[in-house]
Design a protein around this ligand. Structure first.
Ligand SMILES: *[C@@H]1O[C@H](CO)[C@@H](O)[C@H](O)[C@H]1NC(C)=O
Length: 369
């Protein structure tokens, strides 16, 4: 009994030592080599480090779980601070495709292949089977095709960054099932269709960047239920419809960029009275009606841009009570009347361009009435 117990303890101990020494699961190593074979990185030679048996030691950008020898992270950034990239004076450049063999590394928790400028082809559909994945970051390449339709299967995903590629098609409705998602960046692609109606199911989301696409339809009201959302950028799309009043009632929203769309209707008073909102860009839309007169001593806008709309009426008198307006732009509207006294003086860095191209505005910093 005792000796067989000792034997098994020794066996377990030896097995652990052997695993630690050899590291790297052989099947993960094979998958990594297939991944490497479908890419070409001519300037820095990072893949030259991907040789030898132990992929867990000195393979650039590869990390493993030290007890299992399974690969947990692939972290390859072309804009990296890492000496291998930064010393060369050249930023990263890589061509080729993402091999679906990568999907065999089912222990992966992060897959970062960012800012290589020229990796093309599609995002392998099978990535959605990597159930441990927390970070998927493929920003800054030339990926085409669609976002995998089953992306919602990645229940542990906290970061999904596919920005600055050429991804087309619609945002899959399964996106709203990503219940751990905190950071979503799909900006600068060619996405079409509308924002999923149930987008507000993403209750953990704090940043949603969907700007610079070709999205249509209106802003789903459900978005206003994401109470952790701090940063929402839907600018440079083809969104229509009016703004939900509740948008201005979101508790931690601090940046809202809706510029360069075809949004219309009145600007909800809730947006301008929200003292947490520091950056608001509504420029280049079809907003009409008057500017709600709801500014207050807590109003603190780094950016307040309502230029290039169809706003009429006066510049609201309460604007002069705001604590700070860094960059105000009311130009290219149909405003009229005198600019309230004080709008020029607490914010005397504002010049005439903030008010230019309106119908009949006058007063400091424009010509006297
Ligand atoms: C607001 O959006 C417009 C149009 O997209 C852009 O030209 C402008 O620079 C933005 N304003 C600020 C202050 O960033």
């Amino acid at each position: 009994m005792a000796s067989s117990f000792t034997f098994s303890v020794v066996t377990v101990f030896l097995a652990t030592v052997i695993l630690t020494v050899h590291g790297c699961s052989p099947s993960d190593r094979t998958a990594l080599l297939s991944f490497k074979a479908s890419l070409k990185e001519p300037y820095h030679g990072i893949f030259n480090t991907w040789s030898g048996e132990n992929c867990c030691v000195n393979w650039y950008g590869v990390s493993c779980d030290s007890t299992t020898g399974r690969v947990t992270d692939i972290n390859l950034r072309g804009e990296s601070e890492d000496p291998i990239i930064s010393k060369s004076g050249k930023s990263g450049y890589m061509t080729g495709k993402i091999s679906p063999e990568i999907c065999k590394i089912d222990s992966l928790t992060s897959f970062i292949l960012a800012d290589w400028k020229a990796i093309s082809g599609e995002i392998p559909q099978c990535l959605t089977s990597l159930s441990n994945l927390r970070i998927l970051d493929l920003i800054g390449n030339q990926l085409t095709g669609k976002i995998p339709v089953n992306i919602g299967k990645l229940q542990r995903l906290t970061v999904l960054n596919l920005a600055e590629n050429s991804i087309s098609g619609e945002i899959p409705t399964s996106v709203v099932e990503l219940c751990s998602l905190k950071h979503l960046d799909l900006s600068s692609n060619s996405l079409t269709g509308s924002i999923p109606v149930n987008f507000g199911n993403l209750q953990m989301l704090s940043r949603a960047l969907l700007n610079r696409n070709q999205l249509t339809g209106s802003i789903p009201v459900s978005v206003t239920k994401i109470y952790r959302l701090a940063d929402l950028d839907l600018s440079m799309n083809r969104l229509t419809g009016s703004l939900p009043y509740e948008l201005g009632k979101m508790p931690v929203l601090s940046t809202l960029n809706l510029d360069s769309n075809s949004l219309s209707g009145q600007i909800p008073s809730s947006l301008l009275s929200n003292s947490g909102l520091g950056i608001l860009n509504l420029s280049r839309n079809g907003f009409s009606g008057t500017i709600p007169d709801v500014f207050c001593p807590n109003s603190y806008f780094m950016v307040l841009d309502m230029s290039f709309n169809n706003l009429n009426g006066r510049v609201p008198g309460s604007l002069s009570s705001a604590k700070y307006i860094g960059h105000l732009d009311l130009s290219h509207n149909h405003l009229c009347g005198s600019i309230p006294l004080g709008v020029g003086s607490p914010f005397d860095h504002l010049d005439a361009t903030s008010f230019s191209n309106n119908d009949c505005l006058c007063g400091n910093p424009l010509k006297t009435c």
